[in-house]
Design a binder for this molecule. Structure first.
Ligand code: NDP
Length: 497
């Protein structure tokens, strides 16, 4: 006869075989259930509420350095509207402008759906909004936030320039950035014919054949902008129909140089090592090589939220998760507004509205912590003032090749900002260069509108704006393309003393 041997854990074995009884199974299931429930409670409440364990102790303000009561990250419609409200509400507000000051509207032509204004250029609209925020006392900082620390309050904010700020409340309005295709050749020929900004780069493609990828409003708008320069434009739409509004679809019919290719998938960007020469596509099952010199991407955007700490929750696409009917993120005192927190509407007007809400939420939060304007009178010296004490030196504009050649002959080290009008990154870079011009007076710095002096564009093969080029003893020794931080510019200038 076989004997049942009970173990201490309630399991028993029949002979050599281990037998697990129903009680054990139920206990194990209950234990697993409890663990899962614990995990859900932890992730839903405690992780997001790690913030509530932060001490919101006003006395910390007395010892903190570089205090910013309201820090707005991003300077598109959401950021500017938020800043307008908080500055007007009497709170010292600093906007960190980010890598595209003014946001996506800086790359848009006519805006005709801004309530109360029938028609206005995107960059003009943003210029007005910036001035309006400035009139209420908003301060602007040409820099980028690279990290936010939320373990202590005031929150610590690290900038690309190396500065550290102590923010009492933060409004994240960083927008989104253009998506890439991820096909072979795209990266290799980036800025050598591949671009995501028609407003910036269109003049490089005079008389050229080009392609625009995408079937949304942005793609159609870019194709129309480019038609002022390019000879032929393939509008490449992957699906059987365009997603763009009916109005835009009607409008492009008036442009004979725009050829719409439906059911067409881009497969490879090809080039000659220097410049794009073609695009391989699958056109409804047929493989084709389109001969083009330029490729513009307009396939949507990814929210700029990767730099945020995990405790500020995002969805699978990186869009900030907001709490109920508010702009609150999962960290107290940190708010989201605009495209970084809105996967659905993505309209400038909606972003501005969300900015207003975030501004009001931030003011409420400060009031709840007992932060009033008057408390800063005792700690005036610790409030952060952008560019405090730093001076700028304006860059003279050279308007002829002769002036440029003379400068190279007269000065040993020359730094030129090759810019174009309406290029958002150029607008952002200029104040950074002006600071550097003051800090490194031994370098002769100047700016040149590259499309006004085409001879220099060809001579130095400038394919992207802005390009900062350093000349030593009359020779081009190094160049930086796109926006660069203050530190990066100083490194460039110091590399060749
Ligand atoms: P959308 O998301 O509206 O459109 C993206 C387009 O890119 C779609 O046609 C999509 O195709 C295509 N696409 C996405 N990924 C790929 C890929 N890997 N390969 C090929 N094609 C791809 O983005 P938009 O930037 O155009 O617009 C964003 C928002 O801004 C919209 O709400 C728009 O209305 C608004 N807007 C308004 C303007 C105005 O009013 N003047 C101007 C510009 C934008 P598919 O359809 O198959 O997904």
């Amino acid at each position: 006869m076989k004997r049942n041997n009970f173990s201490r854990s309630g399991r028993f074995s029949r002979g050599k075989h281990l037998y697990i009884g129903p009680k054990t199974i139920i206990s194990a299931l209950v234990a697993i259930g409890l663990m899962l429930a614990g995990f859900v409670v932890y992730t839903r409440y405690f992780r997001s509420a790690s913030l509530t364990r932060v001490q919101f102790d006003l006395s910390a303000i007395k010892t903190a350095k570089n205090i910013v009561p309201v820090l707005v990250v991003g300077s598109g419609p959401a950021g500017l509207a938020a800043a307008m409200y908080t500055a007007r509400g009497g709170m010292h507000t600093v906007v960190v402008e980010g890598s595209q000051p003014g946001g996506q509207l800086m790359g848009t032509s006519w805006v005709e759906n801004w309530p109360g204004m029938k028609k206005m250029l995107g960059p003009d609209l943003m210029k007005n909004a910036r001035e309006q925020a400035q009139e209420f006392g908003t301060l602007f900082l040409s820099d980028r936030v690279v990290e936010i620390g939320t373990n202590t309050w005031p929150y610590t904010v690290s900038l690309a320039s190396g500065k550290e700020l102590s923010a009492l409340t933060i409004i994240v309005a960083t927008g989104s950035e253009p998506k890439r295709l991820g096909i072979p050749g795209e990266q290799e020929y980036w800025a050598k014919g591949v671009s995501a900004c028609a407003t910036c780069d269109a003049p490089f493609f005079k008389g050229a054949d080009i392609a625009v990828i995408g079937g949304g409003d942005s793609a159609l708008e870019e194709a129309m902008q480019l038609s002022a320069y390019a000879q032929h434009i393939y509008l490449i739409v992957r699906g059987p129909k365009m997603r763009a509004s009916q109005t835009m679809q009607e409008r492009i019919k008036a442009y004979p140089q725009i050829e719409v290719l439906l059911q067409t998938k881009p497969e490879e960007v090809v080039g000659n090592g220097v410049q794009v020469t073609g695009l391989r596509v699958d056109n409804n099952g047929e493989k084709r090589l389109l001969g083009i010199q330029g490729l513009f991407l307009a396939i949507g955007h990814t929210p700029n939220s990767a730099f945020l700490p995990k405790v500020i929750q995002r969805d699978a696409d990186g869009v900030l998760v907001l709490e109920g009917n508010s702009q609150k993120t999962t960290v107290l005192g940190i708010y989201g507004a605009g495209d970084v927190a809105d996967a659905r509407y993505r309209q400038a007007g909606v972003a501005a509205g969300a900015g207003v809400r975030a501004g009001l939420d931030a003011l409420d939060f400060l009031a709840m912590q007992g932060v009033q304007k008057s408390i800063f009178s005792n700690i005036e010296g610790s409030l952060f003032i952008p560019d405090g004490g730093q001076q700028r030196k304006a860059l003279p504009e050279l308007t002829s090749v002769k002036e440029f050649d003379q400068l190279l002959q007269q000065k040993r080290i020359v730094c030129i900002d090759f810019f174009s009008e309406m290029c958002p990154a150029c607008v952002q870079l200029l104040p950074v260069l002006e600071l550097a011009a003051f800090a490194r007076e031994h370098v002769a710095m100047a700016k040149i509108n590259i499309f006004a002096l085409n001879e220099l564009r060809t001579r130095f093969n400038i394919t992207k704006v802005p390009t900062v080029a350093l000349f030593v003893d009359g020779r081009l020794v190094e160049r930086l393309q796109g926006f660069a931080s203050y530190q990066k510019i100083l490194e460039l200038l110091d590399n060749h003393r």
